[in-house]
Design a protein around this ligand. Structure first.
Ligand SMILES: NC(=O)c1ccc[n+]([C@@H]2O[C@H](COP(=O)([O-])OP(=O)(O)OC[C@H]3O[C@@H](n4cnc5c(N)ncnc54)[C@H](O)[C@@H]3O)[C@@H](O)[C@H]2O)c1
Length: 448
């Protein structure tokens, strides 16, 4: 005989398998929107929640605001029932809700959980029995259990509690980190294994069923905190290794060794080495930010995360190093940085994407302006660059012509649409922070 508890689990799994499950995704950004399309592609009826009216209107009109997502993909999803809304009362109709809202740092470099707490408070009143709530936003270990669960329990109308076992009534909660690599087309999203940790084993099972419908491999772990820490380990690993090559690059430059040649040679080792590349500094919503979520939490345990601090120090200094190298290059041509015309190529934080969050270009442009340089930029993905949480540029894109008019052209983002050979031919001086001019031999190039 099937017990009431067993049928609870079977009911959820059946809804997933039959595609009757209604899925709500909160935060229609770089993470949430592609996830919504993945579920729609598997014939689920998906509702996207966002507080930005412009995004909701664009999506409902079959449009897209992310370059790599074509309007046709949104329209295809609409045929499977996808729509967007700002109305949280619709949460009540969802079987599973996945939260993908931002987790930035505040002005004191501390975790800003306000997007998560606001979202959770907004959806709490509409929770219902057996609903699954999954947090995907990157955050410190403990957030799901210490912040999300208490807010959900305090805010819901029916006095429901988070259920840790089949016999306990209530809703279910899990954490499952996002592993997207924007611009990387080499791995299909559904081939990236999906880690998840439930608040109790039943929540883990439900989350595995939910994600197992779109990801080829799910990796259940024993708690939300393990899943939260897994994501941070992955990003700290990148951050620390990038800092290592950034430091070694500076030494190699002094020793007259090409760090890129070294990395290319080292990566022929078939075990124990993974290539990371130096650059002008970290960018994006993850690598420059996430490690500090852990350093902040570590303080609660009277523990200092020294690798994170050191890597942060080295990586944050990289834009200053680029300015120094640009000044040296100009100096060789008997020009001061003050009054020189400098064209910055690329404001996106990495190649071929339309995201400039935390981009080192923004800092580099500000530093150049502080030194009195006359700065322009070119980026095919950004017709304008206005103001953000940490910058205030108010610039418009400059066409890529007449490069000879600039005293220096500074390659900060190595977009693949640029013709680097032509750029070197036309420019007076090229400062290359990305090894984009590899193979081009010219005394005009400063590689740093
Ligand atoms: N972008 C990436 O490559 C990436 C990769 C892995 C993990 N992450 C993590 O995923 C999370 C989301 O990142 P993102 O890049 O998608 O951010 P994003 O800024 O592109 O999107 C977040 C969306 O959430 C919406 N939002 C904010 N508050 C809301 C609220 N209260 N209710 C409804 N919607 C709200 C915003 O309007 C925005 O559309 C972050 O924690 C990030 O660290 C991002």
């Amino acid at each position: 005989m099937v017990t009431a508890s067993e049928s609870r689990l079977a009911g959820f799994t059946h809804k997933i398998e039959s595609r009757e499950a209604r899925i709500g995704i909160v935060g229609m950004g770089y993470v949430g929107l592609p996830l919504a399309l993945l579920y729609s592609g598997q014939r689920f009826k998906v509702t996207g929640f966002d507080i930005e009216a412009r995004k909701v209107a664009t999506l409902n009109a079959g449009g897209s605001y992310i370059v790599r997502i074509l309007p046709g993909e949104i329209q295809q999803a609409q045929k499977a029932g996808f729509r967007a809304t700002s109305d949280y009362s619709e949460i009540a109709q969802m079987d599973a809700v996945i939260i993908c809202v931002p987790t930035p740092l505040d002005e004191y470099h501390e975790p800003d959980l306000s997007y998560i707490t606001e979202t959770v408070k907004s959806l709490a009143p509409w929770l219902h029995q057996d609903q699954l709530i999954v947090l995907e936003s990157t955050t410190y270990p403990g957030t799901t259990e210490e912040v999300v669960v208490p807010l959900l329990e305090a805010g819901n109308k029916h006095g429901l509690k988070a259920s840790r076992a089949l016999g306990e009534p209530g809703f279910f909660v899990a954490f499952s980190p996002e592993r997207e690599d924007p611009g990387n087309e080499s791995v299909a999203r559904h081939d990236i294994p999906k880690v998840m940790g439930g608040y109790g084993p039943v929540a883990t099972e439900l989350a595995a069923a939910l994600y197992g419908s779109i990801f080829h491999r799910v990796v259940p772990v024993s708690s939300p905190a393990v899943a939260e820490m897994t994501k941070l380990l992955e990003n700290i690993y990148r951050c620390v290794n990038i800092a290592l090559v950034n430091e070694l690059k500076q030494l190699c430059m002094k020793m007259g060794i090409d760090i890129h040649e070294v990395i290319d040679a080292a990566k022929t080792k078939p075990f124990g080495f993974q290539a990371f590349y130096p650059g002008p500094g970290l960018g994006g919503h993850c690598i420059p930010i996430d490690p500090f979520y852990l350093s902040w939490k570590a303080q609660q345990f009277d523990f200092q995360t020294r690798f994170i601090e050191l890597a942060g120090e080295i990586n944050t200094a990289m834009p200053y190093f680029v300015i120094e190298q640009t000044a040296n290059g100009l100096n060789e041509q008997r020009k001061p940085l003050k009054g020189s015309k400098v064209l910055v190529l690329g404001v996106a934080y990495k190649r071929d994407i339309d995201d400039l969050r935390e981009s080192p270009s923004l800092t580099i442009i500000e530093l150049l302006r502080e030194k009195g340089a006359l700065v322009s930029y070119n980026d095919p993905y950004f017709p304008t660059v206005g103001r953000g949480r940490h910058y205030r540029l108010d610039m418009t894109n400059t066409p890529l012509d007449n490069l000879g008019q600039y005293d220096a052209v500074l390659i900060v983002t190595d977009h693949s649409s640029y013709d680097y050979k032509a750029i070197v031919e036309q420019a007076q001086l090229v400062v290359d922070t990305r090894n984009a001019t590899k193979g081009i031999d010219s005394p005009k190039i400063v590689r740093c």
